[in-house]
Design a protein around this ligand. Structure first.
Ligand code: DC
Length: 518
């Protein structure tokens, strides 16, 4: 994986690259530090900077390395000496544009940068990473920010408090912008396929989340089924039961059914279910078989029943509640399965989210409380519409594994972590964290969605049936790359917290947008 970050001085490339390197376990390559090191070596050796050949000779001769200090910071080593501070002086600032404009110096540096990156996954930052150094980088980002914001950032980094000194920094940034953008070799320009991000008003956390999501997207094409399966299997075996406890029970030694088809890379392919073996039409099937089988492999009769149920529920619910799903494309267009988590107000919630997804070609597997399947007819019906039962309040590992396999096949899991319908804001809520474990085991994103308006009027809400408008809103998918915690248990806990925090934020946004809706 190669992530290329380009942009002008002070746009926040280093901070972003550093945070991404840490979060996504990538090696950071600060190419600006390399041009700075060559400049420093020239200044210290009294090399005439107007003499291209002499400067190039220095660029070819010096040995530049990066080391990670104990505090996690990256140190720049020039010919065995730590020059991390020495390369960030005003003198180096003043001359580095001249040095980096020499084509032969750039050639030497680019060669070295490719050599340094050849050993693994890298996030590289500079001016020409996406255009020249790694034109095939999987993720390319071009940062911008207004010059004042960039100068202020630089001043803060260098502990400059004097406003006049900040003005000097601003003038230097502008001068370097001009020099870097207009030079003949590898000028500062955004690659055509770069994602452009103006960081002026953004926090570093927002920047990291955005780019980490792009990296996740870029990784999405599924590798071969066999590898995929083996890797996940290993992770599953070591998963702590405590995390599952919030939701589920029974750990049978069942083995996942081998997937018969190799998933090919690409958006459509990753959305495609891996078949589990088509169920026969006129045979007797236990509910368990439905829970373990991809919806597309249900017998045609069951699929017809599912389609008819979706059609009837879709039309009725649309007419009565005019529901809408803001940001729906994050659900409909996702690559691969996601764990959809929602707040729970009424019996309408699971119905309309499943209808909405199904209408856009998603295969949605709602996690239902096992009590719903106590009755034989209900069990027969819910199995055929794709529900997977879970024993609440116990460690139902069987349900977690079923959900995990559905996600790995590309199906979405729909889950209501509140575990019960919430009829008032004063009601005590216990969040069941099994959803985070499902996502963790399947390496799937968690998609937060909020609903308002169903509490007062929809079946199972506060009031008897009373039509009105229902609104839903989809947040950005959350991935484990965004979580800093090291231990698996803490990571799952943090995902649980983050996802529900987001669900409630979205709910509050909807309430503000639609006053009176709860
Ligand atoms: O990112 P920085 O400010 O540390 O970079 C110092 C200089 O090096 C900058 O003015 C332009 C140059 N540079 C370059 O030309 N190409 C790169 N890939 C990185 C930096």
């Amino acid at each position: 994986m190669k992530v290329a970050i380009d942009g002008p001085a002070g746009s926040g490339k280093s901070t972003l690259a550093h945070a991404l390197a840490e979060r996504l376990d990538l090696t950071m390559l600060d190419t600006g530090a390399m041009y700075r090191s060559v400049t420093l070596a020239c200044l210290e050796g009294s090399v005439d900077l107007q003499d291209d050949e002499a400067v190039t000779e220095v660029a070819r001769r010096v040995r530049i390395e990066f080391q990670t200090a104990e505090d996690g910071s990256q140190r720049v080593i020039l010919d065995g000496r730590d020059v991390s501070e020495a390369i960030r002086t005003a003198e180096v600032d003043a001359d580095v544009s001249r040095v980096s404009a020499i084509p032969a110096v750039r050639e030497a540096m680019v060669e070295e940068q490719r050599r340094l990156a050849a050993t693994g996954d890298v996030v590289a930052e500079g001016r020409d990473i996406g255009t020249v150094v790694f034109p095939d980088a999987e993720v390319k980002v071009f940062l911008t920010a207004d010059p004042e914001a960039r100068a202020h950032r630089r001043a803060l980094q260098r502990n400059v408090e004097d406003p006049e000194e900040e003005q000097v920094i601003l003038a230097d940034l502008k001068r370097r912008d001009e020099a870097d953008s207009t030079r003949e070799t590898a000028p500062l320009v955004a690659a055509e396929d770069a994602y452009r991000m103006d960081t002026s008003g953004m926090t570093i956390e927002e920047e990291v989340q955005k780019i980490a999501a792009l990296v996740e997207d870029a990784k999405a094409p599924v590798p071969s089924v066999a590898n995929d399966h083996d890797e996940r299997e290993g992770e599953r075996e070591s998963a702590p039961a405590e995390v599952a406890k919030a939701t589920v029970h029974d750990s049978s030694a069942e083995k996942p059914k081998p997937a018969a088809k190799k998933a090919t890379a690409g958006k459509d392919a990753s959305n495609e279910d891996k078949p589990t073996g088509r169920m026969r039409v006129f045979a007797h099937h236990e509910p368990d078989e439905f829970y373990d089988t991809a919806e597309r492999d249900f017998p045609i009769t069951s699929r017809a029943l599912l389609g008819a149920t979706i059609g009837v529920c879709g039309i009725l619910s649309k007419v009565l509640w005019h529901w809408t799903l803001e940001g729906g494309e994050k659900l409909w267009k996702a690559k691969g399965g996601q764990v959809v988590v929602m707040n729970h107000e009424s019996m309408l919630d699971p119905v309309i989210i499943v209808v909405s997804g199904w209408m856009h070609g998603r295969r949605m597997r709602p996690i239902s409380k096992s009590e719903l399947s106590d009755n034989k007819i209900a069990r027969w019906f819910f199995a055929r519409v794709g529900a997977i039962p879970v024993e609440r309040g116990t460690a139902d590992i069987k349900a977690v594994r079923r959900a995990q396999r559905a996600l790995q096949r590309g199906e979405d899991i729909v889950i209501f972590p509140e575990g019960t319908r919430i009829h008032s804001d004063d009601q005590e809520v216990t969040i069941h964290g099994g959803f985070a474990l499902m996502a963790q085991l399947a390496k799937a994103p968690v998609l937060p969605i909020a609903i308002v308006g169903a509490r007062d009027g929809a079946p199972g809400g506060n009031k008897p049936l009373c039509p009105g408008r229902v609104y839903m809103k989809v947040g950005d998918p959350l991935t484990f790359d965004q979580i800093h915690e090291k231990s698996r248990k803490k990571r799952a806990k943090e995902m649980e917290r983050l996802a529900m925090e987001r669900v409630y934020e979205l709910r509050d946004e909807l309430r503000a947008e639609h006053p009176g809706k709860m």
